[in-house]
Design a binder for this molecule. Sequence first.
Ligand SMILES: CC(C)(COP(=O)(O)OP(=O)(O)OC[C@H]1O[C@@H](n2cnc3c(N)ncnc32)[C@H](O)[C@@H]1OP(=O)(O)O)[C@@H](O)C(=O)NCCC(=O)NCCS
Length: 309
Amino acid sequence: MLNYMVHKLTKNNLRTTLIFAQRHRPYFKPKMADFNLRWAFNIKTWTPTYDEILSATSYIQPEEKERLDRFVYQDDVKSSLIGRLMMRKFVHISTGIPYKEVAFARDERGKPYLIGTGDIPVNFNVSHQGDYSVLAGHKDRNIGIDVMKIEPPVNKNVPEFFRLMTRQFSTHEWRTIKDYPTEKEQLKCFYRHWCLKEAYVKNIGVGLTIALDKITFVINTFDMSIGNIVTDTQLYVNDVLKRDWKIEETLLDDKHGVAVAIQVPRDTTIEPVSFSYLNFEELVKEAQALHPPDTNFANRFLKKQMKPF
Ligand SMILES: CC(C)(COP(=O)(O)OP(=O)(O)OC[C@H]1O[C@@H](n2cnc3c(N)ncnc32)[C@H](O)[C@@H]1OP(=O)(O)O)[C@@H](O)C(=O)NCCC(=O)NCCS
């Protein structure tokens, strides 16, 4: 998305509270911990076999399979597919809705939501970039997540890249970024801010359609480390501190940062949640086929290239 922004600096809302049919309520009582989860899947460590592609794509809705079929690169198919499988698993295990009955639609901004009516709320959001697909899910709080690979900009030097992004950050944020002495550190701080902004706009569902320079993140803990969760970053919107927003940030590895944004009632405490790293077997443990395997899809997938960058 960042690359897209660099080329088209305009884009797009919503918020999704996901509600299920009352009839689904009694299937089983999930553990409370299941209601506030963070998952990460390293797609670079998964080289799917033909059979895995056949089965994995039979677990997702046909229109989503068709969407994946149109992607040029294998990497994009894999990361989006893993995101869809994470959503299905999360909703299934946190609500007890039978796997085959979990169904999603997308709103006008592209945000997936569960189809159904009733009063069981569940919220989730996925992100995929670089080597990872990630999910954040919560029982009843809107949630947004973004993962970002920390890497040099494609075909641009850092000053030019920053110049293109000038309007996307507030004065305070640019000061924080440019306070770092080296371009490498500045880029790292830039990506951290970008990740925070995306997690926020994905929570409220608007995507990158709002004035991003009106959203300011104030970082208080500058050093991040793998697995350690930073929770004291503050959000200001139009210069007003939003005390009801909780931000969690961590590094998945030395090249990938992730941010989660949750809105909670004022003065409520919410425990930060560590990421669990799933593999393919764990991801599809509960999965059930929604439709027969599509050998044409699998054959086309195997012919797709990996991304050259
Ligand atoms: C939401 C948005 C910021 C995500 O950007 P990104 O960095 O490329 O994507 P990420 O990897 O972090 O997240 C992608 C996932 O977020 C979810 N998502 C899509 N749109 C979303 C939205 N508006 N809000 C929250 N989540 C969204 C999807 O699950 C998507 O994965 P999938 O398409 O493979 O299922 C960007 O797509 C955006 O600005 N969308 C709004 C565009 C819009 O309004 N379009 C209207 C005309 S279609």
